[in-house]
Design a protein around this ligand. Structure first.
Ligand code: ATP
Length: 251
């Protein structure tokens, strides 16, 4: 199997009133092409910080991230912009990540135009992407507040796909949606994973969802990975005390 992402010994301490808090405490993992990796753990255990480090929104104190064997955290300028089109994030509240003054169509086209694609081509591709995420063309002229959470999340996935990424990190991307819509969005992501060989990192509280959709899961506790493996195996035979509590609370 081909490794797409390698995360090596990430560390991050935050300071609040000069008091240190270790949010990420030596995290390492790999992600294969076409794999769906779940990241679970209690609130505050460091899951989003890892996603933010990988996408360069947070600077780590130590550690490296490799995409296709290339170290990416130290990249600057054009090289950095190029590489970072390959990693996209989908957040919990998609309305917040679209500019409320722009239509969804313009939001989807923005990154393409920023990457030098002509407006006419970007528009054609935007309509193809809407179709791909099962939204009709009329959604192109709607504003974020004029669509449901599920529809907006589909548009956010279309926008993530616009730059042809290798990897999408979904940070609680379906948590704000009701169960039926959640299942539809997950089915969409899984279809894209299969069809495009996309790799997915799913940051999630929901172990049942992880069991359904992930090939592998990392269980985090207080900034560390305490257990990892195939979801069925972790759920049926949890080893760490925290994993046992997590499993008991869900099943
Ligand atoms: N910029 C920051 N400044 C100070 N502390 C921070 C900052 N970002 C995160 N933290 C702290 O780091 C810890 C880890 O946060 P993080 O958001 O990574 O957790 P999480 O596992 O994603 O939680 P949740 O599931 O609730 O989203 C938390 O205690 C959080 O308060």
């Amino acid at each position: 199997m081909q490794t797409v992402l390698e995360v090596k010994d990430l560390k991050k301490t935050f300071y609040k009133n000069k008091v240190p808090f270790v949010a990420v405490d030596g995290i390492s993992f790999d992600l294969n092409r076409g794999e769906c990796l779940g990241l679970v753990g209690e609130s505050g255990c460091g899951k989003s910080t890892i996603a933010r480090i990988i996408t360069q929104l947070t600077v780590p104190d130590a550690g490296n991230v490799f995409l296709d064997k290339q170290e990416i955290l130290s990249l600057k300028g054009r090289k950095r912009r190029e590489i970072y089109t390959k990693i996209q994030m989908v957040f919990q509240t998609p309305q917040d990540s679209f500019d409320p003054r722009c239509t969804l169509g313009d939001g989807i086209m923005e990154s393409m135009i920023n990457n030098g694609i002509r407006r006419k081509q970007a528009k054609e591709r935007m309509y193809q992407l809407l179709d791909r995420v099962e939204l009709t063309p009329e959604y192109a002229i709607r504003y974020p507040h004029e669509v449901s959470g599920g529809q907006c999340q589909r548009a956010a996935i279309a926008r993530a796909l616009a730059v042809d990424p290798q990897l999408i990190i979904c940070d609680e991307a379906t948590s704000a949606l009701d169960v039926t819509i959640q299942a539809q969005i997950m089915a969409l992501l899984k279809r894209l994973q299969r069809e495009k060989g996309l790799s997915l990192v799913l940051i999630c509280h929901d172990l049942a969802l992880v069991q359904k959709v992930c090939d592998r899961v990392l269980v985090m506790y207080k900034g560390r990975i305490i257990e990892q493996g195939v979801p069925d195996q972790i759920i049926q035979h949890p080893k760490a005390d925290y994993t046992k509590i997590l499993v008991d609370s869900v099943f």
